[in-house]
Structure formats: structure tokens, C-alpha cells
Write a protein that binds this ligand. Structure first.
Ligand code: ZN
Length: 319
């Protein structure tokens, strides 16, 4: 081997090593390659398989703690959807600095895949209170709604709305925490003076929390019309079963129609027609008052005599 080839080989080796961790956070090519080529550990839960890959071995991570957290997150998704939302997902765990879990992203076009970063110093508190992996698993359950520039609110709103409910149903979160998030977050989803409908997606608040308002209204509407016999959960489970999850692309209208078919109502279609291209300010104060939820001295308090207190409990799976 002459020195030129040796030098080229050495440069390639350095580039490979130096790029190893950061590469995964760009486009999904490196993610899919890692899932295909690196060793994995398979968790079988709720009829699905989760292939966990520790990116480049993810040195410094407590593997048992990570796998327990993956199981716990899957339990929440299974509680809500009645099964693990896809037959198979590749989950790439990237080791990072600090004690937090962040940067979750879900992909579907080349097989269901999630990438998430776990801080090497993450302990029981970070794993126990994490919502990000459940959020990503909710994305697995629903088709990728296109065109994405319009439908971001539909996907993000559903994940924001379902994630805490799923965690309560699995016994991992308190009922108060769900409503604490809604009381604080949903006002950020109201349209501003220059905003259009949800399909115009003017920013983060409208997409994430405006979308969450849509799904809360849908849940309440379906429960009202079916005397609490059916709910958004039935609609979303049907969408999950019919699509098979995030491996396929659907239009917003397909999502709405499949959901309504499952509940025998027009709740989703009516809400969608109202909110997709018009700025709709929802009377959140009135809505929370009817559900019997408020914040007093920083704490979430429930009024069990409120007209829809029973419906509020049913939303998180309590009778
Ligand atoms: Zn999301």
C-alpha cells in the first residue's frame, strides 16, 4: 500500500469516527443504515416488535434503564391504542451529554423508525417523567398526513393530545397533570389577529396546541353524541387499524372520514370543515368550566359537580 492510499484510508476512518454521533441528527439516511446494520435488541409488546439499536454502542448509557423506559413508553401507547401501534419499529437510541431526553423524531417512509437522544447522566427522574418517547409512539399509530405543510397540526395535535392521556391510562401519570398541561398549553393554540385556519399552520403554538384543541373538541363531541359510549380513542384506533400506522400517507380527509365511520358520527368532518381554513377562537374557559377543571393557587382542582365532570373522567379512562 503506498502512502497516498494509506492517507486516504486514514482520513476516511477519522471522518467516520468524528461524524458518528452527529450524523444521526441530520436526515434519516444514517438512522435507517444504523437500524439495518447495527446490533439490536428486540422487545415484543402488544403484538408489535421494537428493535432497539444503541447507536455505535451508545457508550455511557445505562442500557437496562433505557430498555425499562422504552417498555414503559410502549405500555402507554398500548393502553391507548389497544395494541402496539405498528407491527415493527426500529428505535435508535443516541447517547448525548447532560441528564435529559430530547430530540425525538419519527420517520415512516422506509419503515417505521424513531430516533431519540438520551443524556448519559439521565436518571430515574428523567426516565420516569419523560413524555417524548410516548409522543413519538403516538406518531407511529397514525398515517403520515399529507401535504405535510398543511397537516402538521393534525399529526402534532394528536400526539400532544393523546400522549398524557395514554400515560394516565397506563398508570404512569396523574389525572391532574393532563389538565395542568391543557390549561397552560391550549391558550397558546388560539389564533392570533393575523392567523388563518389550522391548515395555514402559522407557527408552533397553532400546530401543536391548536391541533390539540381540535382533538379535545373532537373527543368531547363524539362522547356527547354517543352518550359517552364511544370516543376519540375509538376513532383513532380505527384509523390505526385501517392505515397500519405511519408507513403510509393519507390526506386529512381520509383521516377524518375513517374516524367518523368508526363512531357513526360527523364530529370530525364538522370540526375539520370549521377549523381547517378559518381562525376559530374556542371558548376554553367555558369548556374547562363545563369539564370541572381549574387552577387554584397553582394547583389543578376538579369540580365533580360540573355538568361534564363525568365526561372529563372518562377522557382519561376513569369511571
Ligand atoms: Zn411530534
Amino acid at each position: 500500500m503506498n502512502s497516498k492510499i494509506l492517507l486516504a484510508a486514514f482520513a476516511a476512518l477519522i471522518a467516520g469516527v468524528a461524524g458518528a454521533q452527529t450524523d444521526y441528527e441530520g436526515g434519516p439516511r444514517a438512522l435507517y443504515r444504523a437500524l439495518a446494520e447495527q446490533p439490536h435488541e428486540t422487545l415484543k409488546m402488544g403484538g408489535g416488535e421494537i428493535d432497539v439499536v444503541f447507536a455505535d454502542g451508545a457508550p455511557g448509557l445505562d442500557r437496562k434503564a433505557v430498555l425499562d423506559w422504552v417498555r414503559m413508553s410502549a405500555e402507554a401507547a398500548i393502553a391507548y391504542f389497544g395494541r402496539f401501534p405498528v407491527e415493527k419499529v426500529g428505535l435508535l437510541i443516541i447517547a448525548g451529554d447532560g441528564d435529559r431526553i430530547n430530540g425525538g423524531t419519527t420517520f415512516g417512509f422506509a419503515g417505521s423508525a424513531i430516533r431519540i437522544k438520551v443524556g448519559r447522566a439521565a436518571g430515574a427522574a428523567a426516565f420516569g417523567s419523560d413524555w417524548r418517547l410516548v409522543h413519538e409512539m403516538v406518531h407511529l399509530a397514525l398515517p403520515r398526513v399529507v401535504p405535510q405543510e398543511n397537516a402538521l397540526w393534525m399529526m402534532e395535535g394528536s400526539a400532544v393530545y393523546v400522549e398524557p392521556i395514554a400515560r394516565v391510562m397506563a398508570g404512569h401519570l396523574s389525572e391532574e397533570a393532563v389538565w395542568s398541561d391543557s390549561l397552560d398549553g391550549m391558550p397558546k393554540g388560539q389564533p392570533g389577529p393575523n392567523d388563518g385556519g389550522l391548515d395555514d399552520h402559522p407557527g408552533w403554538g397553532r400546530s401543536y396546541w391548536g391541533g390539540a384543541i381540535f382533538w379535545l373538541m373532537a373527543d368531547i363531541g363524539i362522547r356527547e353524541q354517543t352518550h359517552n359510549r364511544l370516543s376519540l380513542m375509538d376513532a383513532l384506533r380505527a384509523i390505526n387499524r385501517e392505515s397500519g400506522g405511519n408507513g403510509v400517507e393519507w390526506s386529512e380527509r381520509q383521516v377524518v372520514e375513517a374516524g367518523d365511520k368508526a363512531t357513526g358520527t360527523h364530529v370530525l368532518a364538522d370540526l375539520y370543515a370549521k377549523m381547517k381554513d378559518q381562525p376559530v377562537t374556542v371558548d376554553l374557559d367555558g369548556l374547562f368550566a363545563r369539564l370541572g377543571v381549574a387552577r387554584k393557587d397553582g394547583q389543578v382542582v376538579f369540580d365533580e359537580n360540573a355538568p361534564q365532570a363525568k365526561l372529563r373522567r372518562a377522557i382519561v379512562g376513569k369511571s
